[in-house]
Design a protein around this ligand. Structure first.
Ligand code: SF4
Ligand code: F3S
Length: 106
């Protein structure tokens, strides 16, 4: 499966959701996750993310391994998103800031 990682938090560009053929993306207040039970590893979403936040499960950046389980957990609670929407006004300010996990809203 593919996994959404730390840099999506507070950026949430949503370009990723439009290309997913199986509607695997789920939306929370300031982060998106991929449902591992839906993802078919098509790879289409990875290059769409302007924040480079999407990785294959086996290739998430060091220290971000916890996002694998977090995607699975939050995808169960959050609704599916299939259409792109405007990013937060301050998305660019947060792009590239490290360790945003503490800012994740559930
Ligand atoms: Fe969807 Fe493909 Fe990305 Fe998996 S890899 S979340 S199937 S676009
Ligand atoms: Fe997040 Fe990137 Fe999608 S910032 S919402 S994973 S396009």
């Amino acid at each position: 499966t593919f996994v959404v990682t730390d840099n999506c938090i507070k950026c949430k560009y949503t370009d990723c959701v439009e290309v997913c053929p199986v509607d695997a993306f789920h939306e929370g207040p300031n982060f998106l996750t991929i449902d591992p039970d839906e993802c078919i590893d098509c790879t289409l979403c990875e290059p769409e993310c302007p924040a480079n936040a999407i990785y294959p499960e086996d290739d998430v950046p060091a220290g971000q391994e916890g996002f694998v389980a977090l995607n699975a957990e939050l995808a169960k609670d959050w609704p599916v998103i299939t259409e792109r929407k405007d990013a937060p006004a301050d998305a660019k300010d947060w792009d590239g800031k490290p360790d945003k996990l503490g800012l994740l809203e559930r």
